[in-house]
Design a protein around this ligand. Structure first.
Ligand SMILES: [Zn+2]
Length: 236
């Protein structure tokens, strides 16, 4: 039996009916990830709770320098958790369908928590740089955005925002340096004037990526930017 993420990836490709995290056979109603692993995912109790923590996290780093209209994160992300393994499989393990599963789940939760009303005109995934996209062949944020878009019957604009340069890895950089590293890293075009955009990524760590991408959207004429991510990283 092979171990580690690579082993899981191979197993999943060969046996799509096994959990991407623990490789247990999936039961009825279980999609990609078994309920035992899911129970350890730390979901937020309500969209409001997630928005409050997201605002506190971003305000703590950027003060009033980054304003967003609404925000949703489905899970609180802890290092070494089954959720981290699932997100890793989605990002690097080639398990594209997982993005759609997370996206639909997030979209349904957003609608229920907001009484069926989420006011956005279009959904924009945070883009990968072209070089990274070639390595991975797909953008996980786009898969999540498509899942949300399907639930909300809202268009996904995958080409509206582009990364203009390849930024160095954010790992190990302080929030202020992350923001500097990302300043001007995105450019948006073709935004309908005043459009209410929902910006989507897999995980919000410091919010620097969301901040830089939102800035480009506002500069291009977006009326407001709201944020949605599968997970918000807990402060370690
Ligand atoms: Zn499992």
């Amino acid at each position: 039996m092979m171990g580690g993420a690579f082993g899981n990836e191979m197993l999943h490709l060969l046996f799509p009916d096994v959990c991407v995290v623990c490789s247990a056979l999936l039961g009825e109603g279980e999609e990609m990830c078994c309920n035992t692993c899911r129970q350890e995912f730390s979901p937020f109790a309500s969209p409001l709770e997630s928005e409050t923590m997201l605002r506190a996290s971003i305000a703590g780093r950027f003060g009033s320098g980054f304003v967003f209209r609404q925000g949703w994160c489905r899970y609180l992300f802890h290092k070494g958790s089954p959720l981290q393994e699932a997100l890793h499989m989605m990002k690097y393990g080639g398990v594209h369908a997982l993005g759609g599963v997370f996206g639909r789940e997030l979209g349904e939760w957003m609608l229920v928590g907001s009484g069926g009303e989420v006011v956005v005109d279009c959904i924009v995934p945070v883009p990968l740089h072209r070089m990274k996209k070639t390595e991975r062949t797909y953008n996980q944020a786009e898969k999540i955005a498509e899942g949300i878009g399907a639930v909300m019957a809202t268009p996904v604009m995958g080409k509206l925002l582009v990364r203009t340069r390849h930024t160095v890895s954010q790992t190990g950089l302080a929030a202020v340096d992350r923001r500097k590293n990302l300043a001007g890293a995105f450019r948006a075009s073709g935004v309908t004037g005043g459009a209410r955009v929902l910006l989507v990524d897999d995980v919000v760590t410091t919010g620097s990526t969301m901040a830089a991408a939102a800035e480009a959207l506002i500069e291009a004429g977006a009326g407001s930017v709201s944020l949605a991510a599968v997970a918000l990283a807990a402060k370690e």
